[in-house]
Design a binder for this molecule. Structure first.
Ligand SMILES: C[S@@+](CC[C@H](N)C(=O)[O-])C[C@H]1O[C@@H](n2cnc3c(N)ncnc32)[C@H](O)[C@@H]1O
Length: 319
């Protein structure tokens, strides 16, 4: 009986073992891009062919394979896996993706030549490109809303370092009356304040819970956006939060939220070697996030995928 179970397990893991062995050989012999490409593609394939249980077992197998030592030389992969702030996708990891100067501190120990090559791969992957595109789309939204509103007020929920602020001319020119950055992570908000405080931003250290229970009295806003948060929220919370944020809009205001899309090419690598498990959604699921908002309050609803095909935007405007 034991032997049968053992053989079954081996059969399940055999192709994955081969994939990891081959990728390891390619990466360690200098064929980093091809090796990483094969690894991303193979893990993606393996994930879609597996049940949830099987995939869990496979991700455990992955992190016990010697290739982990190589891919963890990449600061993005390592930081995500180690989660020094207790959660994945923290501010410094995002800075590694954004390529901001302040990201240097995130490298920790000196970056090895191999780590640098893998970093060059992971930071150019379509998911990382999508995060940079998301930042540009946000700064555009900020700049578009500013001239349309009297004394514009903007709220960013799960703001992290508020890096989109660097690209907003409206913020730089002090055309935003009030810009509130809310996040649960105090350290991230301190960095946001030190970079953008001179443009008049204010910060609120808080989880989203008081927003959901109406304990915050932040007032009404012309633009509220939240990117990189919904990817961690279950459906019930995501729907409730959308309704609460929409309620906090002034008439004519805009709510924008995003979510990584189902089956993105990096998902297998993220879940295994980065231990980064997002709640992925499709366009229909994003479109339905307004389920707790009365339809007559919604003037316009847009759902679109950014050009890298990794992140979906839902933008609602209020009547
Ligand atoms: C992936 S980042 C957000 C990305 C960022 N908005 C951007 O576009 O670069 C996730 C952030 O969500 C914050 N966060 C996670 N759960 C939260 C919660 N329940 N309430 C408030 N902030 C939360 C974390 O502190 C972290 O800074």
């Amino acid at each position: 009986m034991r032997a049968t179970i053992r053989t079954g397990l081996d059969n399940e893991l055999l192709p994955l073992g081969r994939l990891l062995d081959e990728a390891r050989e390619m990466v360690s012999f200098g064929d980093v891009v091809a090796g990483m490409n094969n690894l991303f593609q193979g893990l993606w394939q393996s994930r879609i062919e597996s049940s949830t249980e099987e995939w869990r077992r496979k991700t455990t197998f992955c992190v016990h394979h010697p290739i982990r030592g190589l891919v963890h030389e990449d600061p993005i992969t390592r930081r995500s896996y180690l989660k020094p702030r207790g959660y994945p996708g923290d501010a410094e990891l995002l800075d590694l993706i954004y390529g901001d100067a302040s990201a240097n501190s995130s490298f920790g120990d000196e970056l090895s030549p191999l780590g640098s090559q893998i970093y060059s791969f992971t930071s150019r992957d379509s998911s990382a490109s999508a995060v940079r595109t998301r930042r540009h789309i946000l700064s555009r939204l900020i700049d578009e809303i500013a001239p349309l509103r009297r004394h514009p007020r903007i709220l960013s929920v799960a703001a992290v370092h508020l890096r989109e602020a660097s690209f907003s001319s409206a913020l730089r020119d002090r055309r935003i009356r009030e810009f509130v950055a809310l996040d649960q992570d105090e350290k991230s908000l301190l960095e946001a304040m030190s970079c953008y405080g001179r443009y008049g931003i204010t910060t609120v250290q808080s989880s989203i819970r008081p927003l959901l229970t109406r304990k915050h009295h932040l007032g009404k806003f012309d633009l509220i956006y939240s990117t990189g948060l919904y990817d961690y929220l279950n459906a019930a919370t995501a729907h409730r939060l959308s309704a609460k944020l929409f309620e906090m809009l002034r008439p004519g205001g805009l709510l924008a939220v995003t979510n990584f899309r189902k089956n993105i090419p990096a998902v297998g690598y993220m879940e295994s070697f980065m231990d980064w498990w997002l709640i992925l959604r499709d366009e229909d699921e994003l479109a339905s996030l307004d389920s707790e908002i009365h339809p007559c309050e919604v003037a316009q609803k847009r759902v679109f995928v950014e050009p890298n095909q990794n992140i979906i935007f839902l933008v609602l405007s209020k009547t």
